[in-house]
Ligand binder design. Structure first.
Ligand code: NI
Ligand code: MN
Length: 227
C-alpha cells in the first residue's frame, strides 16, 4: 500500500502508511494556513521535531484525544507527559526506534528548541522514516548542513525541506541541500504561513527542475500526494 502524504500547512504533515497515520509537528488551531483544526485530525503517532510553538502547540491535545504515541526527543516527551500525555517514545539525536509502521530516526538539525513556556526543548531534530514502501526525510526547522549527504546516502524517495528563510534555510540553501540529499522527490515547507517567511514556491520548483535531479512537489495546504 502506497504511502500518502498530506500537507496541513507550515511544517505539519499527515503521513498515512500501513493503515496508520503519523502526524508531524501539529500546529493547526493557531496556524493561518492550516486547512483543518486540531480536533479534526487523526493520529496513531505524533512526531515532534523541536520545542517551538509552531511545531508543538497542538501535540498534547491531539495526543490526549486520539491516544496517539508521541515520538520526540526526551525533553519534549517529558514536557508533554506533565500535560497528561500517556504514551511517549523518547529519543535523542542519531537514535532510531522501530514502530509497527517502520523505523523512525531522529536526525540532527541546526536550529533552537525552546518550549512555549520557556522550558528547554532539548536538541532540535528532523526525522528519517524508513517505511515499507519508501524512505522519507523531513528536515524540519534547520539550516543547511553538509551531513545531509550522509542522510541522503540511504536513497530517499522524498525529502521535505524548509524554504521560508529567516528562521530556517531559504530557497538558495534548499537547492544546495537537494544536491546533497539527492532525493527522488522534494517538497517545500515552512513558508507562506506569515509574511516574514513568504516565498514563491513555483519559482523554487523551477530552480529545482533546472539545477537538481529531483522532482519538486508543490502543494497547497490540504493537498495530498502519493510518494
Ligand atoms: Ni523552530
Ligand atoms: Mn518553525
Amino acid at each position: 500500500m502506497a504511502t500518502k502524504v498530506r500537507w496541513l500547512g507550515h511544517n505539519c504533515w499527515s503521513i498515512i502508511t500501513g493503515g496508520k497515520t503519523l502526524l508531524l509537528d501539529p500546529f493547526l488551531n493557531d496556524s493561518p494556513s492550516a486547512p483543518v483544526k486540531a480536533d479534526a485530525v487523526a493520529a496513531d503517532y505524533i512526531l515532534v521535531s523541536h520545542g517551538h510553538f509552531d511545531h508543538v502547540s497542538d501535540a498534547a491535545a491531539i495526543a490526549k484525544r486520539t491516544g496517539a504515541t508521541v515520538v520526540a526527543n526526551y525533553e519534549i516527551c517529558q514536557w508533554l507527559g506533565k500535560q497528561g500525555v500517556k504514551k511517549t517514545q523518547p529519543m535523542n539525536i542519531g537514535g532510531a526506534i522501530d514502530l509497527d509502521v517502520g523505523r523512525v530516526k531522529l536526525t540532527v538539525a541546526l536550529h533552537s528548541s525552546e518550549l512555549p513556556d520557556g522550558g528547554g526543548g532539548g536538541s532540535p531534530g528532523g526525522f528519517l522514516l524508513t517505511l515499507a514502501d519508501g524512505k522519507l526525510y523531513f528536515a524540519c526547522d534547520t539550516a543547511l548542513f553538509s551531513d545531509m549527504k550522509l542522510i541522503g546516502a540511504v536513497g530517499l524517495d522524498l525529502a521535505v525541506l524548509p524554504i521560508g528563510d529567516r528562521f530556517t534555510m531559504g530557497p538558495d540553501d534548499s537547492i544546495a541541500a537537494i544536491k546533497l540529499l539527492e532525493p527522488r522527490k522534494v517538497a517545500p515547507a515552512h513558508y507562506n504561513t506569515w509574511p516574514p517567511i513568504a516565498q514563491d514556491a513555483e519559482a523554487w520548483a523551477a530552480r529545482v527542475r533546472a539545477e537538481t535531479k529531483a522532482e519538486p512537489i508543490v502543494l497547497k495546504p490540504g493537498d495530498t500526494f502519493t510518494v
